[in-house]
Design a protein around this ligand. Sequence first.
Ligand code: FO1
Length: 314
Amino acid sequence: MSPRVALLAGGVGGAKLADGLRRALPAGDLSVIANVGDDFELHGLTICPDHDTLLYTLAGLGDRERGWGLAGESWNALEQFATIGAPAWFRLGDRDLALHVHRTAQLRSGGRLTEVNQALQRSLGLHEAPILMASDQPVRTQLRTADGWMEFQPWFVGAQAKPEVSEVTFSGAADAHATPEVLAALAAAERIYIAPSNPLVSIAPILAIAEIRSAITAARARGVQVIGVSPIVAGAALKGPADRMLAAAGLPVSPAGVAAHLSGLMDALLVEAVDLTPALIAEAAPHVATLIPGSIVMRNDDDRLRLARELLAL
Ligand code: FO1
């Protein structure tokens, strides 16, 4: 019997593991708790990039090359945005745009973010609507750079994550509540996984919500194991700027840095087998009791399923 699972996840790396777990588990046994720190407004629309990356990936509709957005997308609206002098730095495809327009209209009619996004999931074939928003209230990742404070997407996409980050905050997190769906998923979870997403900007905003942190602590107190998957392999991030950000935070660019950032929260961290040296074990020991060697790089669908099964078998 496989355990009921809650997965904390950001965008691209999180979506790959979520896809593997969804295929490995019986329907309804996976809840994905999505980062909301990347969400923002553009063209007057509410955009939830990590939710949408999870949605398109789990629905089998995502563009595999980019990792985000829809496969086979057209870009007429984007070209027109550029022509009329509207922001075109954030690439919204035509069909993706329809989703943001509909979501925004639903929210304006009084819908709750989780319910609106779950309806979108069902409309695209995810009948059990497994993706839960960490909060229905805004929690926004903000980064201090040499140019001042920046919102997440203008930094990540607009400035290509180039400005060095000296501080990260999650505005709104102190007042944000976890959703009833997230609290129910964590209360029912028999296993909690932390995806190989950027710990500083994809996982940290979820954990910045005190009710989520407490629910994870409560789960551990009743014997639920919290197991992370390292987003750092052989001294580099699998994707994105996690390696540079760990270095800028004064942490080792290794699974030990990931463990230090999530200190005391995990029972075990799955690392690529080649990374598991006595030095790494010693460095990570104050922050996580166990490092487990595995094969964690997900290059294709088979890798996603293999990693999911590896995690479930632990
Ligand atoms: N990432 C980019 O690097 N460039 C883009 O223009 C871009 C557009 C975009 C549109 C919709 C969406 O759901 C995601 C999009 N992303 C884009 C990905 C997103 O910025 C990041 O992957 C996540 O926020 C980080 O997890």
